[in-house]
Structure formats: structure tokens, C-alpha cells
Write a protein that binds this ligand. Structure first.
Ligand code: FAD
Length: 463
């Protein structure tokens, strides 16, 4: 046992510290394992804010890097401990502290798994819409840290639209509480908003207050089969423009549906080139009205087929399969690099065309699925082999995708964050004045640069 491990054991107890090489290896990266791996020197599994505070005070005093971690499902390398040091795994901070029906709010610890929270509130007839597709594992503190979204973003927005307050342990171990259970506040700078999307670089989120909605009484799922990717993209744009906004609207190419069909029954149709999987929700009358409007739009725009999924259980199977798309793809390809370019919704047809052109011109396969309704597409660069030539093509394709997304008035990341994966593109989107301002904010929170160093910008936020 080395000095660091002895000290950590003294601070929070032996059962909460991991230091064996095989344990450390499990914390060497996140879902982007192909970008960079670096095992930490130790992992802690605290069970209280107080313990996290003790660990951070110690790390701060000794200038030791600290990387916060939830489930490690991130797609930007954010939880990869690139400078070693301590990983703080929040998974044992998994209590739902309160669900307050009267105020329509809830308070959870940072390590609560999102799906467990969904189930708990839905049992009470309440609704927490944010739904990153990793919800069976991802944690709510990390959802805040990455400003995660999902298919329901099209109608309900993403995590940032629901967080009303936080408890955060700052790098020096002090604890702050921002916002609260109230739904509005106008007191000084909005630190809740600042922490949302901070990717673990400003502090560790130990509690999250969120607002809740009432669970919509009815849902209906539809599959629209389209002749071409362009047609599907045009239909998405038109549906949004006409205001019949579905609660979920996912765009998929034939390859994605073919992959899904190896897992679902009855199979989805595969005679189109692109597909829209949609859910409409609300009261029975609203659902009926929106379904008719959407069907009329699809008919007017000559979609090949519009299929309503009558059986609720089958609909759930389709949505589950959609959530598992990335793991499905990983059973077929050796490497799949998923981007999360987001464009203004009216530009989705242009983005879809650009993705096809880039794939053809570079000579690499780019799969396409995405939360089309909010302009967030996930072009996924697929590699059957791993070698230098293919890696170079993948890099060229990603550069071109990012550039085109920005030219269309979009952003390089709609929901995954910058981490290490997108650092080189940061100044393609933000000007130097903004980047310098962000670095000064980072320095104010973390003058010793211990919190998740090496993320967002290459040099770890030091000026
Ligand atoms: C199959 C699959 C599907 C996905 N689908 C979506 C999707 O639809 N939408 C979407 O937005 N993302 C999606 N993701 C990405 C990922 O799941 C989200 O970014 C999620 O929010 C990460 O949660 P996590 O607990 O795994 O965090 P981690 O990967 O462990 O960490 C993510 C980042 O948050 C920081 N962090 C973690 N916990 C805390 C904390 N308590 N306080 C401060 N910082 C913290 C970490 O340092 C890191 O920078 C998907 C990933 C996979 C593998």
C-alpha cells in the first residue's frame, strides 16, 4: 500500500479505496476507450458529501489530480484520468433523497442511476423527461456535468432545463449549495447553470435538485418509412415547422434498422432508406390530433409507409432497441466514433446531405442515427478494421463533419461535451476571448488546477 492509498484509507476507510492494478484498469477510460487510456493511482468510492470534501481537501493540499466519475459511459473521454491521481467514483452516492409531489421537485445524490429515478417518479404519476440513451447506467450528477439530452429533447428539452439547484464540493473541499427546490431565482450569478456542462472541471456534484412534470397519460409510437435520407430530413423539418412536436423523434438509416431487427420482434420494415421512429404524448385528444397532423404531413411529403405501433409492449421493445443502438453497433464494427453535431433544426436536411457526401468523398462508412427533432445528429464513423490508413480517413471525415456542422450554424457538441475528444475543435467554435474567459473562471474555482485536468482545453485550463 503506497502513501497515497494509506492516506485515503485513513480519510474514508479501507472499503472505499481501490488500488489494485486490475481495479485501476477499469477506471482508465470511458466509453471512448479508443482515444486514450490512463489508469489512476487510486479510486475512491465515497458514500457522503463529507467524505468527498475530505478527499478533495487532501488532494488540494497535495496538488493531486482528481477525476470525477459516474458510470463511465461518457462519449468524450471526460472521465479518463489523463493525469493519473484520484478517481472519485460517485456510484455509492445513490440515494433519492426526496420526491416532493406538492412542489413537483426531487432531490437526488449525484450517483443515482437515471433509470432508477425515472421508475421512482413514474410510479407516482410524475415525469422527469431527460433521457440520454445510456439511462440504464448513467448517473444524474454526470448528466448535469455533461448537460446530457436524449430523444425527448425535441419536446421537453435536456437536463439543463430541469436542474434547479445543486450541492457541489469545490476543489479545495468546501461545499456550496446553489439554487434550490424553487423554480426561479435571481440572486447573483447563476452558478447552477455554470456547473451544468462543466464536465467535472469545476467541482464534484453531490446533490441535484430537479423539477418534475406530470406523466403524460397517453403515448403513441409511429414508424415512418422514407424513400431517402433527404426525404426523412425534410419530413423532420416540416413536422417541427408545423408545431405538431412529437415527444421523441429519432432518425435512423437502413443499416441501423437492420441492426435493430436482429434484436426486436416483430421486425421493423426495411424497404426504405431512412426511418423516423416517433412517439407522441399527451391527453388522448392531443395524441389523436398530433398523430393525424403528422400522418398528413408524411402523406403529403410522400413517405413510403406510416405504421402505428398498436401494441404498447412492442413500442417499448423498439425504443429499448433504439437506446441500445451503440452497443449493437459495437458488436459488428471494431470501432465506432460517435459525433454529436447539432444544427438549427431547419438545417437537418443540409447536414444529412453533407454526411452522405463526406462519407462518399473520404471513402469511409458513416452510420447515421440521431435525435433529429432537436437538430442533434449522431454521425458515427464505422471501422471494420483498425489500421493507420482507416484511422486517418476517420479523422479526415470527423474534421469535415465538424467543419460542415459549424458552417450550417451548428455546434460541435449538442450533448456529449468536449472532454478530450473534441478539444482540438474548441477554437473552431469559440473565439479566443470566450476561451480565455472560461479559463479565468476555471482558475477562480480551481487555482491549483486539480479538477479533471487535461479536459475541455488541451492544457487543462491553466493560464
Ligand atoms: C450507449 C450510449 C448511449 C448514450 N446516449 C446518450 C444520449 O442519448 N444523450 C447524451 O447526452 N449522452 C449519451 N451518452 C453519453 C453519456 O452516457 C452521457 O454523457 C452521460 O451523462 C454520462 O454519464 P456517466 O455517469 O456515465 O458519466 P461519466 O462518463 O462517468 O462522466 C462524464 C463526465 O462527467 C463528469 N462527472 C461525472 N460525475 C460527476 C459529478 N458527480 N460531478 C461533476 N462531474 C462529474 C466526469 O468527470 C466526466 O467529465 C451515451 C453513451 C453511451 C455509451
Amino acid at each position: 500500500m503506497n502513501g497515497l492509498v494509506k492516506d485515503l484509507t485513513g480519510l474514508i476507510g479501507e472499503s472505499k479505496v481501490l488500488f489494485q492494478p486490475e481495479d485501476l484498469l477499469a477506471y482508465a477510460n470511458d466509453a471512448t476507450h479508443y482515444f486514450r487510456t490512463q489508469p489512476p493511482d487510486a479510486v475512491v468510492l465515497p458514500t457522503s458529501t463529507e467524505e468527498i470534501s475530505r478527499v478533495l481537501s487532501y488532494a488540494y493540499e497535495h496538488y493531486i489530480p482528481v477525476t470525477p466519475r459516474g458510470a463511465g459511459s461518457g462519449l468524450s473521454g471526460g472521465a479518463t484520468p489523463v493525469k493519473g491521481g484520484i478517481v472519485v467514483d460517485t456510484k455509492r452516492m445513490n440515494r433519492i433523497v426526496e420526491i416532493d409531489r406538492a412542489n413537483m421537485t426531487a432531490t437526488v445524490e449525484g450517483g443515482v442511476v437515471l433509470q432508477n429515478f425515472h421508475r421512482a417518479v413514474e410510479k407516482m404519476g410524475l415525469f422527469y423527461p431527460p433521457d440520454p440513451q445510456s439511462m440504464s447506467v448513467c448517473t444524474m450528477g454526470a448528466n448535469v456535468a455533461t448537460r446530457a439530452g436524449g430523444p425527448r429533447g425535441v419536446k421537453y428539452g435536456t437536463t439543463g432545463n430541469y436542474v434547479t439547484g445543486l450541492e457541489v464540493v469545490l476543489p479545495d473541499g468546501s461545499v456550496i449549495k446553489t439554487g434550490g427546490k424553487f423554480v426561479k431565482q435571481s440572486v447573483g450569478y447563476d452558478l447552477t447553470r455554470l456547473m451544468t456542462g462543466s464536465e467535472g472541471t469545476l467541482g464534484i456534484i453531490t446533490k441535484v435538485h430537479v423539477r418534475l412534470l406530470t406523466l403524460p397519460p397517453e403515448t403513441r409510437t409511429m414508424v415512418v418509412v422514407c424513400e431517402s435520407l433527404d426525404q426523412a430530413a425534410e419530413i423532420v423539418s416540416e413536422i417541427i415547422a408545423r408545431g405538431a412536436v412529437p415527444s421523441m423523434m429519432e432518425f435512423m438509416i437502413k443499416l441501423a434498422v437492420t441492426v435493430m431487427n436482429t434484436f426486436v420482434f416483430p421486425p421493423l420494415p426495411t424497404d426504405g432508406e431512412a426511418y423516423l421512429l416517433m412517439e407522441i404524448d399527451g391527453t388522448a385528444a392531443q395524441v389523436e390530433h398530433d398523430a393525424e397532423t403528422i400522418k398528413a404531413i408524411c402523406r403529403d411529403m410522400k413517405a413510403r409507409e406510416i405504421r402505428e405501433v398498436e401494441d404498447e409492449r412492442v413500442a417499448r421493445v423498439y425504443w429499448k432497441a433504439r437506446s441500445a443502438m451503440y452497443p449493437f453497433i459495437m458488436t459488428i464494427f471494431k470501432r465506432a466514433i460517435t459525433e454529436d453535431i447539432t444544427v438549427p433544426r431547419s438545417r437537418i436536411p443540409d447536414l444529412v446531405r453533407a454526411i452522405q457526401e463526406i462519407a462518399a468523398s473520404v471513402g469511409i462508412m458513416i452510420g447515421l442515427a440521431g435525435h433529429a427533432g432537436d437538430g442533434n445528429m449522431h454521425p458515427t464513423v464505422l471501422q471494420s478494421e483498425i489500421n493507420e490508413e482507416i484511422a486517418a480517413k476517420a479523422k479526415q471525415a470527423i474534421d469535415m463533419l465538424v467543419r460542415r456542422g459549424l458552417e450550417l450554424g451548428g455546434t460541435i457538441s449538442g450533448e456529449h461535451g468536449i472532454g478530450i475528444h473534441k478539444q482540438e475543435y474548441l477554437d473552431w467554435e469559440l473565439d479566443q476571448v470566450q476561451i480565455d474567459l472560461m479559463k479565468r473562471i476555471k482558475a477562480a474555482f480551481d487555482p491549483r488546477g486539480i479538477m479533471n485536468p487535461g479536459k475541455i482545453w488541451v492544457e487543462g485550463g491553466q493560464q
